[in-house]
Design a protein around this ligand. Structure first.
Ligand code: PLP
Ligand SMILES: N[C@@H](CCOP(=O)(O)O)C(=O)O
Length: 468
């Protein structure tokens, strides 16, 4: 299996090279030349596998240059009950109204990012040792990728992490999780701006080819193909957990920001997993909802991006949307290049003519949620089911309820635990969010962070100095 760029300007690469690369040299994102197809026979054989076994079956279709015994060993070490709290790794909860919640947040940092990031940490370590190389990760977070990456990479040989986060905009818990880490290979940089400013800096650093080569720059954001492929696995697992036979169809509702999570669902669907619809749920930052309703894609600037109570989705320029659009326009790299030139020029683009394909061929539908909606959803679920969900998962459940068709099985992806967003849970329920063991006193630990304006030069100078 070889990898190409969404902008058509990259010679095909192997999996291992793709995951160290980050952004493609032409500014695009890596995707496999074609999606492997999974038929009924494979689905039947996979239905009762453990999470690690299933991950092996799915990921080996993509990671074809890693010897199977080595891949199996990495996955067996990654998906364990010790790390994810139960042998099932991603259990499901059934709600009174028939919706299913797929639990993805039982890893070390209480968000779905751990599902892929723990794998990425072990994979990087393996690939770097094989190649005798070092990797300096430059990443952007709105709150959850950062802590998941730092917990997965802390203390690892040959890896440094430089993680940018929006200054003052994450929850108190999220800040404490990241900034309290004192490991020498972890560097936290708070940027005066929003997540999109941080991600713009990541992309600018990636596009500075001389700097990237000299300092061996990589990424852990969902720009990195390995993040997406690891997320594909839980769509298969969620499908098996929510159904009793492979004749059934299921829809997934996905709280969306950078579009990495639902992009993994899109890939699972393209591979042949019986997914009826992919429901994209946004918060007040509803650029994606606007696209799926109208075909018009008009990312907003920082000044028009709202600070909300589902802060990890305060994103207006969704990176992975480019991967979906590549498939939507018939995998035409030149077309994608032109569309993103229009985005970079501030005009956006209009693909209204392709809306029937978006809906019928690719199964996408969308909705959005507001602060009042998420408070109401958190309260209603607590009252009906005794289940407390976080603010992002609440956005998903609100939208799933709104668009659900008669008889439709919808699996709502849980993307974080409520302990990470205590203020909003308190506002909704007038009591504290349940806090898993091991996090007491987190907010009181000493914190370490450097604050910069949104200036790529300053971040590069900081990296140079740290690595000198
Ligand atoms: C808690 C939470 N929910 C939802 C999302 C949205 O996921 P994605 O960026 O993959 O669309 C994120 C981060 O992006 C998140 O941290
Ligand atoms: N919500 C994310 C934003 C980055 O998403 P990623 O999937 O591209 O890493 C975060 O929590 O940082």
């Amino acid at each position: 299996m070889k990898y190409i760029s969404t902008r058509g300007g990259m010679a095909p690469l192997e999996f291992s090279d793709t995951i160290l690369m980050g952004l493609a040299p032409d500014g695009g994102l890596a995707l496999p030349e074609s999606y492997p197809q999974v038929g009924r026979k494979q689905l039947d054989a996979w239905r009762n596998l453990s999470y690690a076994e299933l991950a092996f079956e799915v990921i080996r279709l993509f990671a074809t240059d890693i010897p199977e015994a080595d891949l199996k060993d990495i996955l067996d070490r990654t998906y364990t009950a010790e790390v994810y709290g139960s042998a099932d790794i991603t259990p499901v909860k059934r709600l009174q109204d028939g919706l299913t919640i797929l639990e993805l947040s039982n890893g070390p940092t209480l968000a779905f990012k751990d599902m892929a990031m723990q794998f990425l940490g072990n994979l990087f370590e393996y690939v770097l040792a094989k190649k005798g190389e070092q990797l300096n990760i430059v990443g952007a977070t709105s709150g959850d990728t950062g802590s998941a990456a730092e917990y997965a990479m802390r203390g690892k040989q040959n890896i440094n992490v430089f993680m940018m986060s929006p200054d003052g905009l994450m929850s108190t818990f999220q800040r404490a999780q990241m900034y309290s880490l004192q490991d020498a290979n972890i560097h936290n940089i708070a940027i005066k701006g929003m997540f999109d400013d941080c991600q713009d800096i990541v992309k600018a650093v990636q596009n500075d080819h001389a700097f990237k080569a000299q300092y061996k720059i990589g990424t852990v954001n969902s720009i990195n193909w390995a993040r997406v492929v690891a997320q594909v696995v839980y769509y298969f697992k969620g499908y098996f957990n929510a159904t009793s036979s492979n004749d059934e169809k299921v829809s997934f509702c996905v709280p969306s920001g950078n579009f990495g999570n639902v992009c993994a669902g899109h890939i699972a669907r393209q591979m042949g997993l019986p997914i009826e619809r992919l429901i994209v749920a946004t918060n007040e930052n509803d650029v994606l909802d606007e696209f799926f309703k109208t075909g018009r894609y008009a990312p907003r600037g920082t000044a028009n991006t709202y600070v909300t109570s589902s802060p990890s989705m305060d994103i207006s320029k969704a990176s992975n949307f480019e991967r979906f659009v590549f498939d939507l326009v018939g995998r035409d790299g030149n077309k994608v290049k032109a569309l993103w030139a229009a985005v970079d020029g501030g005009q956006g683009f209009d693909l209204a003519a392709l809306l029937p394909a978006v809906r019928e061929r690719f199964g996408f539908v969308s909705g959005s949620s507001s602060h009042a909606d998420r408070l109401a959803t958190i309260r209603a679920l607590d009252a009906s089911d005794g289940v407390v969900v976080d603010t992002h998962t609440a956005d998903g459940i609100k939208v799933a309820r709104e668009v659900r068709l008669p008889g439709e099985t919808i699996v709502c992806l849980e993307t974080a635990l409520p302990a990470k967003f205590a203020d909003t849970i308190r506002e909704a329920l007038q009591r504290e969010a349940p806090r898993p063991a091991g996090f007491d006193g987190l907010e009181d630990l000493p914190q370490r962070v450097t604050v910069f304006d949104a200036d790529v030069g300053k971040v590069q100078a900081y990296i140079r100095q740290a690595l000198a």
